[in-house]
Design a protein around this ligand. Sequence first.
Ligand code: HEM
Length: 411
Amino acid sequence: MAEIKQADGVKDWLEQRLAVSKLVKVLATEYWIPKNINFLWAMGMILAIMFALLIVSGLFLLMYYKPDANLAFDSVNYTIMSEVAYGWLFRHIHGVAASVIFLVIYIHMFTGIYYNSYKAGREMIWISGVLLFGIFSAEAFSGYMLPWGQMSYWAATVITNIFGQVPIIGPELVIWIRGDYVVADATLTRFFMLHVVLLPLVIIKLIAVHFYALRIPHVNNQDGEVLDFDKEAEKFLAGNKKESKVIPFWPGFISKDFFVLGVFLIFFFYLVFYHYNFAMDPVNFDPANSMQTPAHIYPEWYFLWSYEVLRGFFFSSDLGLIAFGIANVVFFLMPFLDKNPFVGPTSKRPLFKWWFWIFIIDLMVLTLYGKLPPTGANAYIGFVASITFLALFALLPFISKKEKNLMGGVK
Ligand code: HEM
């Protein structure tokens, strides 16, 4: 009997080895990556790893966090931070990862824009990416509420208030979202549900869609060259490795990804151990107090640009809300607003290169001024930067059409 059991164990073990070696074979012979790509193409993989790290650290935090307006603040700031062994480490990993993931998302998005990876059959990759950005924003916002500090409370008040400006149903909508007349315990528990269950599930599904959308067009490359992956792979397999323009995902490409990931993780853990405070607002170390508004309310750094678009139209809150709404959906339209079919680095596009760099500078100005009080000259600078943001997207179809003619309608 014992011998039969042992034989079964060996069989299982062998079958598992076989499954792993089959997977490695598939990755090594069926998934091909262009040679001509740089470290910026590792950002997607870093994002996937950071998301996994957020889930693992979040699960540890969940063991002691209390989703109750009377208990939440202490459960985070006393229980997790000073009573639970290594609770501080998991909190710092979670907080820093939540902030840094946005830095990587922005680099990943702007790499996509820079190399025109949203065009020519890659629209679904782009659209699923923008959806991921939106859901990640909701995930970060709902998570920011959970420590129930002053900034959690007042940021939630300001953001939920925005829905009050929706015509006709606005005031009812705000109450429905909050589950109360003001941000209160019911708001905390529903945002807790969103943060730990619903939104992570949606993110996992969207990541699967994003990866699936990548299978057919494959990733772009630094020259935007259209590659015949089957032909190039044949060359590689026939031994013409130098001539072939692709390499197998396993082990060639993944080892490059792991190298970039390694460098990134050194930077990440340096922040976790030595500069975790950059991801935590000092005001949020005061417990939520509905009777005392902080002198100055602002969101986390990664929302500052859109917050500034909202505030930029300081003379009309309705216009600000419309601009904010546009700013949050306009990225979806990128593949349709850009009328030049050229795919390649932005440096090769005579007009779009100006568009791209003005856009980056404008986003930086919006981010910078989003943190400052909207008074005096700040208000006017914020207004000009907001108008510039909208104008850039409004002008894109015309600029890109003109550029297409200038370039003679190439590729
Ligand atoms: C957690 C979120 C995300 C994950 C895990 C993820 C993952 C990936 C991976 C692994 C790749 C292939 C390798 C690479 O180019 O990096 C990729 C490509 C791509 N992603 Fe994402 N991504 C995410 C978010 C986004 C966002 C927010 C956008 C844009 C709004 C986006 C747009 C793209 C585009 C356009 C490509 C194709 C790049 C090319 O063809 O060269 N992704 N993504």
